[in-house]
Design a protein around this ligand. Structure first.
Ligand SMILES: Cc1cc2nc3c(=O)[nH]c(=O)nc-3n(C[C@H](O)[C@H](O)[C@H](O)COP(=O)(O)OP(=O)(O)OC[C@H]3O[C@@H](n4cnc5c(N)ncnc54)[C@H](O)[C@@H]3O)c2cc1C
Length: 671
């Protein structure tokens, strides 16, 4: 071990880690690192409290069973594995579902104002893909309450001093330094390919700076912008993941993108109408007669088709999202039975989501935030007339490949440096940007949980990695980092000059529209090989035009156009990963549905899609690879660990399909 491992130098104390992302995953990772007395530089495009996690509405899952239904973590594991169509490795799911009750109690102690029963117990609602009341919630603004609670904890650490290993306080150092309003540009890799820092750009003065660290964790969220308008925030471009991918990180299951069944229009993005609306009793329907253009209140119940309840009597309106979205798509696109527009005489691609049978006071108490969104953006009150909704791109199950270490009971070995390690040594990933927990389809309210559980185990994993390092980023000469900064600065200047020089250039927003149109049409609910080929051609055409992009604003302050153009180049790469992964996978599984291959094909496709960048913006699929974790070479294959819940075909038409084998509190292994 190097003698100067713990030396302080001009860049900060010896134990410093970079977390890129101030959403739930990034904040929880930061908290755990601070608890291990490791200082954190926290980066975010926006103030952490405006991270996309703030938009989460409906709740967070935990099998606490205060409702006395016999729910348990093992049933939660069953339903998650089943809902994800068995594509997720099961030890991470087991770790997550076992930890879930403790996570909700922890949040409760942090002061999250969870809704409570009249007796004062935590209240739970139902969510998609489950027959149990398992979702803890704070009205319909759960994400905001969680994010603010974690942000407060991180602010507390930001006031604490940093000590060196001898117990001496490092003058002027604080456990957390915030870099809000910075854009991640690249990883700094040393000569052994180990991640030792990042280069980032300040979005106000556009200055480019290098930051060194003993490890880096990306918690940069989803990629909805690849599809143009989605329920995601406009900062969800996936740019950071694409950069890591280009620099060598393996990307997994990219083709699995969730389309949420119920959203409404918006000029910038689509607004989600949370699954909690159906959890509280909302019913989806269309008129039985496709030509019926009467206002919904005049259509009697017997003339309505509650098609989800009809087809899925057990789960009804709460079938998993992939199934509900496909059913709505079928009704609207294939059967032409979407809501009839009385003015145009055409059937729109919308269905009713009806709450009008529920007392308004109860709706306001439990769903206030969602009702406000609908009223604000549509101008109608969902308490008195059914909402009109349609499916929208929502979540990426795929993401950066991350490792885990399984323990004897089939869960994760907490503290192993392998947990959440990417294939680049020293680079970790957590939250929506990783691929680890949801397989082919995420169950509602499992994402907040996976972000928080991910953070809880990534923190100790990174701490173990840092402790085991034979030498650190701080042993590298300063000019190594100066060079990395200089290269990136030149890169940014060259790109900006190129964007400005293209006299006949192409507007990046127009190119984005071209890309997102094809992604939306050909890479969402239904996928056909010929259309995927067409999508790949379009992506290639867009890619060829990237050097011709022109932006009017070449200013050196707060240049949002330059930032967008840069992120767009990265979106094109992710679009390629998604479309090519979809083209390759000849089966239907979860959110990936090909009518030409109706069935799930476990013999051939029960495997993780592993994508690797192969120069010239090309993507290569691999079956295995090796990576290094603190000196240990680890061989990874695409095999999925399904040892806890044996795969079986999904059958949501049958009541209780997900948990039909679950028996109370029996350990998952026995199920
Ligand atoms: C409308 C909506 C409602 C939802 N409701 C629920 C729900 O009720 N329950 C549930 O479980 N899930 C829900 N989800 C999903 C869930 O909210 C997200 O998956 C989750 O919040 C993602 O958290 P995260 O920490 O991974 O990323 P985010 O919260 O998206 O945070 C990403 C962070 O990374 C930063 N960042 C990104 N790129 C860069 C870059 N290039 N440089 C620097 N920083 C960067 C951002 O600034 C941000 O701080 C919902 C999703 C949507 C869209």
């Amino acid at each position: 071990m190097s003698t100067n491992k713990h030396q302080q130098n001009a860049s900060g104390p010896a134990r410093r880690v970079i977390v890129v992302g101030g959403g739930l995953a990034g904040l929880m990772t930061t908290i755990k690192l601070c608890e291990a007395r490791i200082a954190v530089d926290l980066f975010s495009l926006v103030p952490a409290k405006r991270s996309h996690s703030v938009c989460a509405q409906g709740g967070i899952n935990a099998a606490v069973n205060t409702m006395g239904e016999g729910d348990s973590p093992s049933i939660h594991l069953q339903e998650t594995a089943y809902g994800g169509d068995f594509l997720a490795n099961q030890p991470p799911i087991k770790g997550m579902t076992d930890a879930a009750p403790g996570i909700v109690f922890l949040l409760d102690r942090m002061g999250v104002p969870f809704h409570r029963t009249p007796e004062g117990l935590l209240d739970f609602r139902r969510f998609g893909g489950s027959l149990y009341h398992r979702t803890a919630y704070a009205g319909a603004t759960t994400g905001q309450q969680l994010l603010y609670a974690l942000d407060e904890q991180v602010r507390r650490f930001a006031t604490e001093a940093v000590m060196d290993p001898t117990g001496m306080t490092l003058p002027g150092e604080r456990l957390v330094r915030r870099f809000e309003g910075w854009d991640f540009l690249s990883l700094v890799l040393d000569d052994h390919g180990r991640c030792v820092g990042i280069v980032a750009q300040h979005l106000q003065d556009m200055v480019v700076r290098v930051f060194r660290a003993q490890a880096v964790c990306l918690a940069t969220g989803g990629l909805g912008m690849v599809f143009g308008r989605s329920t995601n925030s406009m900062i969800c471009t996936g740019s950071a993941a694409a950069i890591a991918f280009r620099q060598g990180a393996v990307y997994a299951n990219g083709e699995f993108v969730q389309v949420h069944p119920t959203a409404i229009p918006g000029a910038d993005k689509l607004r989600l109408i949370s699954e909690s609306v159906r959890g509280e009793g909302g019913r989806v329907w269309v008129p039985k007669d496709a030509k019926d253009a009467r206002p919904p209140s005049q259509i009697p119940h017997r003339e309505r088709d509650y098609f989800l309840e009809r087809r899925y009597p057990g789960y009804g309106n709460l079938v998993p999202r992939d199934i509900a979205s496909r059913a709505i798509f079928q009704v609207c696109f294939h059967e032409g039975r979407g809501i009839r527009n009385e003015n145009t005489g055409k059937n729109e691609h919308e269905v009713y989501l009806d709450l009008t049978h529920i007392p308004p006071a109860r709706l306001r108490e439990k769903l206030g935030g969602v009702l406000e969104i609908y009223t604000k953006f549509v101008g109608a009150d969902p308490c008195s007339q059914p909402m009109k909704v349609f499916p929208a791109v929502h979540y990426s199950m795929g993401g950066l490949w991350v490792d885990y270490e399984r323990n004897a009971s089939g869960s994760l070995t907490v503290g192993s440096p392998r947990n959440h390690a990417t294939s680049i040594p020293g680079l970790y990933a957590v939250g929506e940007v990783d691929y680890a927990y949801h397989g082919a389809n995420r169950l509602g309210a499992n994402s907040l949980l996976s972000c928080l559980y991910g953070g809880l185990i990534t923190g100790p994993a990174v701490a173990s990695y840092v402790d085991a390092l034979p030498s650190s980023a701080y042993d590298l000469p300063a000019d190594f980092f100066e060079k990395a900064e200089e290269n990136e600065r030149k890169n940014v200047e060259r790109t900006l000059a190129r964007y400005g020089d293209n006299a006949e250039g192409i507007n990046p927003w127009k190119l984005h529209a071209q890309l997102s149109d094809v992604m939306l049409r050909d890479c969402t609910i239904e996928r056909h090989d010929d259309r995927l080929d067409n999508a790949l051609d379009t992506i290639e055409t867009v890619r060829e035009q990237l050097p011709k992009m022109r932006i009017e604003d070449t200013g050196e302050r707060a240049n949002q156009s330059a930032q967008f153009a840069r992120h767009f180049e990265n979106m094109v790469l992710l679009a390629h990963v998604i479309a090519k992964g979809a083209r390759e996978r000849s089966e239907s599984r979860g959110a990936h549905y090909k009518p030409a291959f109706e069935k799930r094909d476990d013999a051939k496709w029960l495997r993780t899609t592993l994508a690797k960048y192969s120069s010239q913006e090309q993507v290569q699929f691999i079956r295995s690879f090796d990576y290094d974790c603190v000196g240990q070479s680890i061989h990874v294959t695409d095999e999925v660990d399904v040892s806890l819940v044996p795969p079986r075909q999904r059958n949501y038409e049958k009541a209780g399909a997900a948990s039909e084998q679950a028996t109370g509190d029996a350990p998952a292994e026995a199920l």
